[in-house]
Design a protein around this ligand. Sequence first.
Ligand code: D5M
Ligand code: FE
Ligand code: ZN
Length: 566
Amino acid sequence: MPLEEPARLAQELASHGYTADREAITLLAGADNPAEALLLAVEATPEDALKLTAADVHDALETRSPAAPGDDSDHGRRDPISSDENRETDDDHAPAAKAAKRAASGAKTSVESSTDEGSAPSTEPSTGDDPSVSTGTTMSKPAIDRGDVPVETKGSASGRSADPALRSLEIGNNMTGRSTGTGEYGDFVTTFRDRYKRLAGKLRGRINHRNATALEASPGGGDAGMVGMVSDIRSTTSGHWLIELEDTTGVFPCLVMKDKAIAGLVDELLYDEVIAVDGTLSDDGSIMFVDDLYFPDVPRTYEPSTADRHVQAALISDVHVGSQEFMADAWNRFTDWLHTEDAANIEYLLIAGDMVEGVGVYPDQDEELDIIDIFDQYERFSEYLKQVPGDIEIVMIPGNHDAVRLAEPQPGFDEELRDIMTAHDARIVSNPAVVTIEGVSILMYHGVSLDEVIAELPEEKANYDEPHKAMYQLLKKRHVAPQFGSHTRLAPEEKDYLVMDEVPDVFHTGHVHKLGWGKYRNVLAVNSGCWQAQTDFQKSVNIDPDAGFAPVLDLDTLDMTVHKFS
Ligand code: D5M
Ligand code: FE
Ligand code: ZN
């Protein structure tokens, strides 16, 4: 059998409009005549089905063999849940129904693979002690040498047959369908009050604080502390820093002297983030001299959760289908690889925005479009997505190139777009959203604020070559986009969905098209690169994208391996 048979079969199935479980592909690949088997399976599968399961293939092949029973008795042999119930349908997004379906297909899968139970999953990537993860600076990129990909045989199937019943995936902070904002000024006040309330709550216990009005009324001298939102930062003529902090009662000026150790923290500050300061009041009580400055931050002792079994998630973003620079070859290699034994433990695929190139996102962007209609772009994206094994759970959030509002939080795609992308029954959720997979919470955020953080902060604290460092800043501020106005747009909602209420175990962003990861107080920050080669604009500003990489996260250890497909 040719080496790429499984991948070729997956593509062939995609051209017929089906995705397929890996096991279904393996069964086809193991048939005497895979091409013929594929046609039989396609014929035997109802047109409204979106995914071919191992049971479908089994049925199709069995039905044909002389000894095979007829349709009815065939059903009797199978799992009690009929294949029709087991299929993914357009209108069936209810989690319970989905869980039931997955459990059902899990039951089938285990039946199908029972013959090769003994084979061990021997080809999983060895990432257990990848030192690059903790340093966050070097990359381990085991280049995919397609010659090394083991030939798929029927016998190897069980090693990578996942039991969907073991899976769990929950979505939090999803504001899709919950937008309340009208864009009025009053809405912004509501959002900022909520931001203040929630972030101040994380800081109050750390200092002895008074509100702005109380500070103003105090006679002066003595210790003072305040929790506030940064409303202004100015340097004084003598080089000190004047920070205006605002709370729900007013604004109070706080002075950070340039010779203080904490003066170095001032250039990490962004407008509208919430901090606490501690110090003394001036004799006349008009200003506070700051001795200490605190961010809501991640506790130093934070212990992330891990999955109970060896299972992996691929974290990608910025696919940019529709752009002339979309790297179809790299994408094809990636999805081919997902069908191999090497990728057997990858049961989840997270896509952090910019599925398509979009239209009118930047001036002159249309000159580099391959597909000019936005819906056609999503149609094509959906075709590319079908190459992903049907038994991988997909979660996606929008980015600034996607066809949803630009202002954040961005709701998940509307019905029209969802209808285009039904093949995988992907979870389509808001930007940002928290995805908890088998106990591991992953904060997904597209990352537009990274441009803002990188522009505002000193090079060593945030830069495009180490995007994870800019992510550390966001973790420290416990907010994905504190400052808005130049790159980031804010949509005022009743609640500030951009606040990180809980510390995530993993923080996944994209947008800057650079690959970088590292740990900040045990939280893994991953910026996942892109699938788009350098655009003319990027060339003009010297952005050298990391295109065609797939970072793969071990959910049981939170170690990362990066695979290269470009
Ligand atoms: O963002 C990709 C990266 O490139 C991100 O850092 C913004 C930057 N970028 C790309 N094109 C432009 C233009 N035309 N102006 C400003 N910044 C740009 P993405 O969201 O994929 O475009
Ligand atoms: Fe992008
Ligand atoms: Zn983007």
